[in-house]
Design a protein around this ligand. Structure first.
Ligand code: UT7
Length: 332
């Protein structure tokens, strides 16, 4: 079995910048509260008619494909992670495939929320390991801003989310000491409704009713404190699992790229793992929580800023709705 490696990475964020001060005009919140509780200063929101989940994914994908030194026509498969697809169905993977003009290769959609990108990466890795495919495009893209409750009722959730996209191209590694060393995926459906959008859904006679439009059920509902508690235990656990599997310790990590859920969660993980701040990627102040897009955007920026070098040990980790959590250990 051969390893896969990240041959190219890229990201795209919409142009429109929305600051905490902008949100103060819509709901009872404050720049101070948002910064202190989350570390977020601003986020990006899509513009209707310009950005879609699939075309933002395609923009990120074009950069990743270029960085990998291949053509879109060399791709063998697309794995697209999102909780905010363009349509209820079909998934955004086929729309991205159409946008890139690469007909007939398979396009798979992954619905694992904040862990979606790491799940998608793991799936792509298996296809390369078995020799079935050579180049797999893995995308995480989200538009949250069209589905948030911007009244004071929704302030506990709406202030944290932002829009954006990131992508990587996975290709075979020249050596088994390099590339993705292992991936670790977990879920616990016991907590499914603790962070969820319940409507519209297929479990009611009418998927969408006038009553729903006035209720909270069409917006993300989050038991923030409970999610926070689970996040701070699952993140270190799944990072340790990846390290142990490969005979490493936390001090061997050159760059940890966690899902950007909350700066307080990231700081807690950093302290728990005993890592210096410069070995933990954080860009939540600029983009907020972009769910499936957050790990590839952070990874792309870390590479762009020269913070990941050839031979570095890189760990990706995520936790979110489901609950789901996951990690990947990579020798760059
Ligand atoms: O992406 C993966 C999954 N998501 C996460 O990992 C997120 C995990 N959870 C969190 O990050 C935090 O729970 C939040 C940032 C969402 C909330 O922070 P918190 O410190 O847990 O605040 P809280 O929900 O306990 O609320 C504290 C107070 C409440 O007021 P009272 O009851 O103390 O008077 C809230 O009503 O803050 C109030 N509050 C706000 N105030 C101003 C909640 N949201 C806001 C807001 N602006 N946006």
């Amino acid at each position: 079995m051969r390893n896969s490696r990240i041959a190219g990475v890229g990201h795209y964020v919409p142009e429109r910048v929305v600051s905490n001060k902008d949100l103060e005009k819509l709901m009872d919140t404050s720049d101070e509260w948002i910064r202190e509780r989350t570390g977020i200063v601003e986020r990006r929101y899509f513009q209707e008619g310009i950005d879609t989940t699939s075309n933002m994914g395609a923009q990120a994908a074009r950069k990743a494909i270029k960085a990998a030194g291949i053509e879109a026509s060399d791709l063998d498969m697309i794995v697209f992670a999102t909780l905010s697809p363009d349509y209820f169905f079909p998934g955004s993977g086929v729309l991205l495939q159409r946008e890139l003009g690469i007909k007939e290769i398979p396009a798979l959609d992954i619905r694992n929320q904040c862990s979606g990108f790491v799940y998608a990466l793991s799936i792509a890795d298996q296809f390369i390991k078995t020799g079935m495919y050579n180049h797999v495009l893995v995308v995480g893209s989200e538009i949250h801003s069209s589905g948030l409750d911007f009244s004071t009722r929704g302030r506990g959730v709406s202030v944290i989310f932002g829009d954006g996209a990131g992508a990587v191209v996975l290709s075979p590694s020249e050596s088994n000491d390099k590339g993705i060393l292992s991936t670790h995926l977990h879920a616990d459906g016991e907590f499914a409704e603790e962070l969820a959008v319940l409507d519209p859904g297929s479990n009611k006679n009418a998927r969408l009713t006038h009553e729903m439009l006035d209720s909270e059920s069409i917006y993300p509902q989050m038991n923030g404190n409970l999610v926070f508690k689970h996040a701070v235990s699952r993140f270190p656990e799944v990072i340790q699992e990846a390290l142990q599997k490969n005979g490493y310790q936390a001090s061997d990590i050159d760059m940890l790229v966690p899902h950007q859920a909350n700066l307080r969660i990231t700081s807690y993980i950093q302290q728990k793992m005993g890592l210096p701040a410069d070995k933990v990627m954080s860009n939540i102040h600029k983009y907020g929580n972009t769910t499936a897009a957050s790990v590839p955007i952070a990874l792309s920026e870390a590479v762009e800023e020269g913070r990941i070098k050839d031979g570095d040990l890189v760990c990706l980790a995520a936790f979110g709705s489901g609950f789901t959590w996951a990690s990947a250990l990579i020798r760059w």
